[in-house]
Design a protein around this ligand. Sequence first.
Ligand SMILES: Cc1cc2nc3c(=O)[nH]c(=O)nc-3n(C[C@H](O)[C@H](O)[C@H](O)COP(=O)(O)OP(=O)(O)OC[C@H]3O[C@@H](n4cnc5c(N)ncnc54)[C@H](O)[C@@H]3O)c2cc1C
Length: 354
Amino acid sequence: MAIVGAGPSGLACALTLEKRGICPDIYERSGRTGLHVPMVYLMLELFQRPHRDQLLYLSKLGINLRPLNRISRVIMHSPHRSAEVRGSLGYLVERGQGEKALEVQLAERLHTKIKFNVEADYRELSGDYDFVVVADGSSRAAADNKVWETTMDAWVKGAVILGEFKPEEAAIFFDTSYARHGYAFLAPFDRSRAVVMLSVPDIKRAEVDGFWEKFIRKANLDLQTVHTFEMNHTSGVSSRQRIENILLTGNAGGFTDSLLGLGLVMGITSGVLAGRAISEGLDYERMVRPMIRRIKRLIVFREALNRLDNSGFSMLISAITLPGVKQAIYNTDLDIINLLYPAVRKLVKKPHFI
Ligand SMILES: Cc1cc2nc3c(=O)[nH]c(=O)nc-3n(C[C@H](O)[C@H](O)[C@H](O)COP(=O)(O)OP(=O)(O)OC[C@H]3O[C@@H](n4cnc5c(N)ncnc54)[C@H](O)[C@@H]3O)c2cc1C
C-alpha cells in the first residue's frame, strides 16, 4: 500500500500500519521531513473541548508526541475588549525540520524509509497498489472526484520574532480591519522566540502585506523579526473520505476545524483510523463519521462568525470569558457545540454544505 505525503496525517497512518506489520511505501515530494520554516502551532480548542487533553487523546491512539509547552493562558483581543482564559487549554507544538518538530518526532519512530523527492500521483498509484492513502495536505484528490467544498481560503503572513515571552501563554487577535473574519495569533517557542501569524480569508496574495502592516500597527507589536513567511491556507470539507481504494486523510479529507482552521488533532486521528481500517478491513468512512459530523457543525458556527463585526467579536470574547461559561467550556464535559448548534443553525438560515 502507498501513502502520498509525509506530513502529520501520513506519518500517523504509516506508524499505525507498521505496528500492525504492514510497511507502506511513503512518498514525499520534499527532500526531507517537515515544513521549511520553523513554526509554532496551536493544539487548542478555544470555543469547544472535544478532547480534554489532546496529547493524551493522541497517545491513546498510539501517537506519542512531545510538545514545546502546555498552554495555560490565552489572551483574546478585539479592538474593544481583551479577556483571558486560564487552565489546561492545550499545547504549543513545533513544526519544521528541527528535532522538536512534530513531523520529525513521528518520522524518527518509523522504520520504513520515506521516498523523498517524489511528486506522487495518487491516480497512478491507485492502479499499482491495493490501497492509497492521500495525505498530501491538499484538496486535489477530493476536488478531482467532485466531493470537495472549500470553506475557507486565506492568505497567511507570519514572522518568527525575538523578544520576551511567557512560554505557556498564547494571544489571539480578532479585528475585521486587518483580519477580516480571520484572526492572528502569537505563540512562543520559548522565553525569547515566538511566531506571530495573521490569517486573512478571501484576499489575494498581493493584498496580504497591507493587512499585515495594519495588524502590526494596531496590535502595537514591536517586532524583532528573524524571518517572515507567507502561505496559502485552504480548508474545506469532503463528502467522501474513501473513493474506491483511495482513502483521504488530514487536510486532504477535510479534517480541519473550520472555526480557526486548526487541523493537527483531527488530521493525525484520521491517519490513525485509515491505518486501522486498512489493516483490519474496517469501514473507514464509518469510523470517521463522528468527526465529519462535528466538522459540518463547526462550519455552521464559522458562518455565524463570518457575520460578526468588531463589536460582535468583542461580545463573543466577553461571553466565552464569563466565569460560568468559562467553567462550562473548559472544566466540564459539557459539549458546547452540540448544545448551541440548534440555535446557531437557526441564526445561519442557509448554511451551505449540510
Ligand atoms: C499557515 C498555517 C498555520 C496553521 N496553524 C495550525 C495550528 O496552529 N494548529 C493546527 O492544529 N493546525 C494548523 N494548521 C493546519 C495544519 O497545518 C493541518 O491541519 C495539518 O498540517 C494537516 O496535516 P496533513 O498531514 O494532512 O498535511 P500537511 O501537513 O500539509 O502535509 C502534507 C505533506 O504531503 C506532501 N505532499 C504534497 N503533495 C505531495 C505529492 N504529490 N507527492 C508527495 N508528497 C506530497 C507535502 O510536502 C507535505 O509534507 C495550519 C495551517 C497553515 C497553512
